[in-house]
Design a protein around this ligand. Structure first.
Ligand SMILES: Nc1ncnc2c1ncn2[C@@H]1O[C@H](COP(=O)(O)OP(=O)(O)OP(=O)(O)O)[C@@H](O)[C@H]1O
Ligand SMILES: [Mg+2]
Length: 237
C-alpha cells in the first residue's frame, strides 16, 4: 500500500516547466530515491509535496488525504517532514534547541520537547553536541541535525534534499546508517541525492527526473542500466 501518491503533477513558473506530468508512489516504510541532473525539478517536487509551492496541475495524496493545495503546516500535520537543500540551521542556538524548534510544532510543553529532542539527537548520533552551538558542528553533523529537527515533527514520510552532498565517504556512510534507522522505525524516506553511491545501495526504488519529466523508475539496478538515465547523466557532465 502506498503512503504517498504523486499523480500527474506539473509545476510551472511563468514560462518554465519545472515538473511535467510526474507520477510516482512511495510505499509505507520504503526508501525511494529521486535523482536527476541539476535543474531537473527535484527540489520543486519536494516543494509541491510539502506544501511550499502547490502543483499547477495534478494531485498529491498521503493515504486518503489530498495534500496538494495544503499549507506547509497542514502537510506537516498530514505526516510530511522535510529537510531543505539550503540549510536552515540556527547556528547560535545549541543542537538541542534546534531540534526543539521542530518538537514545539507538535507539543508546546518545554519538558516534553526537550526530552523528545534529546532522544532524537542520540538517534542521529549527535548526542555529544546537545549543548554545543550548532554553528560549531561540521556540515555533515548539521545535516543530521536537520534530519533530527524534521523527525521531531513525527513524520510518516521524510523528504531529504541532498543531505549527502559534499560529504566524505565516512560521512556518507554515517548518514546512510541514519537513513536506514529511520526506515527501521517505519518512516518512509524520499531522498533527493546526487551522491549515487549513498542512495543506490539502500533505495527500494529510484525515480529519475530530467528536464522536469520522469524518464525512468524502478529498482536501482534497472535504473542504472537504463540508456535514458545514462544519457541524462552523461549529458550533464
Ligand atoms: N521559484 C522559482 N521560480 C522560477 N523558476 C524556478 C523556481 N524554482 C525552481 N525554478 C526552476 O525550475 C527548474 C527546476 O529547479 P529545481 O530547483 O527544482 O531543480 P533541482 O532538480 O532541485 O536541481 P539541483 O539538483 O540543482 O538542486 C530550474 O530551471 C529552476 O530554475
Ligand atoms: Mg534541488
Amino acid at each position: 500500500m502506498s503512503l504517498l501518491r504523486v499523480e500527474s503533477v506539473s509545476k510551472r513558473f511563468g514560462g518554465i516547466t519545472a515538473n511535467q506530468d510526474v507520477s510516482f508512489e512511495v510505499g509505507a516504510g520504503k526508501i525511494v530515491g529521486l535523482i536527476g541532473p541539476n535543474g531537473a525539478g527535484k527540489t520543486t517536487m519536494f516543494n509541491c509535496i510539502a506544501g511550499y509551492a502547490p502543483p499547477t496541475t495534478g494531485e498529491i495524496w498521503m493515504n486518503d488525504i489530498k495534500v496538494s493545495g495544503m499549507s506547509p503546516e497542514q502537510c506537516a500535520r498530514a505526516g510530511i517532514g522535510r529537510t531543505f537543500q539550503v540549510a536552515r540551521t540556527f547556528t547560535s542556538m545549541t543542537a538541542l534547541e534546534n531540534v526543539m524548534v521542530g518538537a514545539f510544532l507538535i507539543n508546546k510543553n518545554v519538558g516534553d520537547a526537550r526530552q523528545s529532542a534529546a532522544r532524537l539527537l542520540s538517534f542521529v548520533n549527535l548526542g555529544q553536541f546537545r549543548d554545543k552551538p550548532a554553528g560549531s558542528m561540521t556540515i555533515s553533523e548539521q545535516r543530521r541535525l536537520a534530519v533530527a529537527r524534521a523527525l521531531a515533527v513525527k513524520p510518516r514520510l521524510l523528504l531529504m534534499d541532498e543531505v549527502m552532498a559534499g560529504l566524505n565517504p565516512t560521512e556518507v556512510r554515517e548518514t546512510v546508517d541514519v537513513v536506514l534507522k529511520i526506515r527501521e522505525e517505519g518512516i518512509s524516506c524520499l531522498i533527493v541525492e546526487h551522491v549515487l553511491e549513498g542512495i543506490m545501495p539502500i533505495a527500494d526504488a529510484i525515480v529519475v527526473l530530467d528536464y522536469g519529466k520522469k524518464i525512468a523508475e524502478g529498482s536501482p539496478e534497472q535504473v542504472s542500466r537504463d540508456p535514458k538515465v545514462i544519457a541524462a547523466y552523461l549529458g550533464d557532465e
